[in-house]
Design a protein around this ligand. Structure first.
Ligand SMILES: [Zn+2]
Length: 215
């Protein structure tokens, strides 16, 4: 499996294309630049080959583009059960979409559970529940490749996700970061900013130092 990084524009989240026989798109940005995202993806794989879009969590800057991506690809949407259920029920409070001055249509999502695996060609991706930034935040872990897409739980150069939004929890964020540090990651792909290729442990260590001092 090859990870392609499509950098987020402005407050869009990054988008990742996990390329293999059965490619997966992770996160979709806020939606304003979704056409250029789809163009970038189409240069790598045929859009119709994408059967799954996995959302690391349901904040608007990650899911605003999901409708357009699914329309272009026909993909199904996957999201951790802690956020899939409220979203299905029409509860938009966890998406903080009001913060972006946007609403979002009804979304049909498949719930993901801790430990569940998704196959992507030759790679197996494991759902690791990492609450704290939001209740249903996940990392998508390639254990053999020692790589993970980590959403907004942790960023490069010592950043961590906000814990003051609805459903956020500093204690849980600390525990999730601790857990990520036990995985022996070499590469990590966060929801914003740059990614770490080879030195993920260094970046995770910086974030841990920061969050232990936070209150
Ligand atoms: Zn977020």
């Amino acid at each position: 499996m090859k990870v392609h990084y499509i950098a987020g524009v402005a407050y869009d989240s990054n988008v990742y294309l996990l390329e293999d026989d059965d490619p997966i798109v992770v996160d979709t940005g806020a939606g304003m630049h979704v056409d250029s995202t789809l163009e970038a993806i189409a240069k790598i794989v045929p859009l119709k080959s994408i059967g799954r879009v996995v959302l690391t969590h349901s904040h608007y800057d990650h899911i605003g583009g999901v409708e357009a991506v699914c329309k272009a690809t026909g993909a199904k949407i996957y999201l951790h059960e802690a956020e899939a259920e409220p979203l299905r029920a029409g509860d938009m409070s966890l998406t903080v979409s009001a913060m972006f001055g946007k609403g979002i249509g009804e979304i049909d999502v498949e719930p993901l559970r801790e430990g569940q695996t998704l196959r992507c060609g030759s790679s197996e991706l494991e759902v690791v529940h990492t609450p704290g930034h939001s209740p249903g935040s996940i990392a998508l872990l390639d254990r053999n490749g020692r790589a993970a897409v980590v959403g907004d739980t942790v960023f490069c150069d010592g950043g961590v996700g906000r814990w003051d939004l609805p459903g956020g929890d500093l204690g849980k964020l600390r525990s999730s970061l601790k857990r990520l540090r036990t995985l022996g990651l070499k590469s990590m792909y966060p929801g914003h900013g740059s990614y770490a290729d080879g030195d993920a442990e260094h970046h995770l260590g910086l974030s841990a130092e920061y969050i232990e001092g936070a209150y």
